[in-house]
Design a protein around this ligand. Structure first.
Ligand SMILES: [Zn+2]
Length: 282
C-alpha cells in the first residue's frame, strides 16, 4: 500500500511539474523588435477610419437612370423630308461635341433593326464606299426601329430604293433602305422595335436585304460602333462625336462608372463635352 501511495505521489508531482513548465514557457516573453512594438498599439488606441476616405462618387444603377431626351419635333424642313444627309442645326449648336452613353440605354429602349440577321457586307467595305452595313434574313421580313424617334423621311430615293430615316431622341439618325415596302410616314413617332418596313431589293440591290446606316448630324459612321453586329446587341461604350471642320469624327470610348456618374450627370443624351470632362482619352 505505501508503495502505491508513493507511485501516486510521484505521478502527481510529475503532472504538476510538467504543467508548471508549460505555463512558464507560455509566459516567458518572446523577443520583440522595436518595429513590432510600433505597429501594434493597444486596441483602445487604434484609430477609426475617417469617413472622407471615399473619394469616388457612387456609380448610378445602370438601367434605372432617368435621362433627358433631346427636344426633337416633327416640324421637318422640306430638305429634311427629301434628303438623307441633312445636318441638324440644333444638334451641335452650343458645343463642338456630343456624347451618347450607350450604357444608359436600357433593353426596352433599343432593338436590333433586323432580328436574326447576318452581315453580308460591312461598313466601308473593300473600296470604303459603303455608307452602311448590309443585313440579311429573307424577303419581306420585318424591319424595326432601332430606338425611339420621329420619322424624318419615308419615300423612294434613288439607289436607296424605298428608304426610311428616323431621327432619334439620343442624337442619332438611322436609315433603313431597299425596302419592298415602307410601313411608316414622315412625322410618325415610333418606339424602339416598331415595324418600319419590309426587306426588299428596291433601288440598287442585287438581293433582298436591309442596308442599315447610322448618322450623326447627317454624316454616316460605322454601325458597328453602336451595335455588336455579331451578337445583335447594343454596345456599352460612350460615343463621342466631335466636329472636325465640316465633318464629324465619331469615337467609341470606354468610360469608368465614376466618370459616368460625376461628369455626365446620369444622362446620355446630347450632353456637351465641357472643358471639365475633356480628360477622357479619346
Ligand atoms: Zn448596303
Amino acid at each position: 500500500m505505501p508503495k502505491i501511495y508513493s507511485y501516486i505521489l510521484s505521478f502527481i508531482t510529475l503532472i504538476t511539474l510538467s504543467t508548471c513548465s508549460s505555463v512558464l514557457s507560455v509566459q516567458s516573453p518572446l523577443p520583440v523588435t522595436a518595429q513590432e512594438v510600433a505597429i501594434a498599439p493597444p486596441a483602445s488606441e487604434v484609430p477609426l477610419p475617417k469617413v472622407d476616405y471615399i473619394f469616388l462618387p457612387p456609380a448610378p444603377e445602370l438601367g434605372k437612370t432617368e435621362y433627358a431626351r433631346k427636344d426633337i419635333t416633327e416640324d421637318f424642313s422640306l430638305r429634311e423630308k427629301a434628303d438623307i444627309a441633312v445636318p441638324d442645326p440644333k444638334l451641335l449648336a452650343n458645343d463642338n461635341s456630343l456624347v451618347i452613353d450607350l450604357a444608359l440605354i436600357t433593353e426596352e429602349d433599343y432593338a436590333f433593326p433586323l432580328p436574326g440577321a447576318k452581315v453580308i457586307s460591312p461598313y466601308a467595305g473593300r473600296r470604303r464606299h459603303h455608307s452602311g452595313v448590309d443585313l440579311k434574313t429573307c424577303a419581306n421580313d420585318t424591319i424595326v426601329a432601332a430606338f425611339d424617334g420621329i420619322v424624318r423621311m419615308a419615300k423612294p430615293y434613288a439607289a436607296y430604293g424605298n428608304v426610311v430615316v428616323i431621327r432619334h431622341y439620343n442624337g442619332l439618325e438611322t436609315v433603313y433602305s431597299h425596302n419592298s415596302k415602307n410601313l411608316v410616314k414622315v412625322g410618325e413617332r415610333v418606339k424602339a422595335g416598331d415595324p418600319v418596313g419590309l426587306t426588299g431589293r428596291t433601288g440598287r440591290a442585287t438581293t433582298e436585304h436591309l442596308h442599315f446606316e447610322v448618322r450623326i448630324n447627317g454624316q454616316h459612321f460605322d454601325p458597328n460602333k453602336v451595335f455588336d453586329l455579331e451578337k445583335r446587341k447594343l454596345h456599352t461604350t460612350c460615343l463621342v462625336a466631335t466636329k472636325t471642320g465640316r465633318n464629324i469624327a465619331v469615337k467609341a470610348v470606354d468610360i469608368l462608372p465614376h466618370q459616368r456618374a460625376g461628369e455626365y450627370q446620369y444622362s446620355y443624351v446630347g450632353i456637351p463635352v465641357s472643358d471639365k470632362n475633356k480628360k477622357i482619352n479619346l
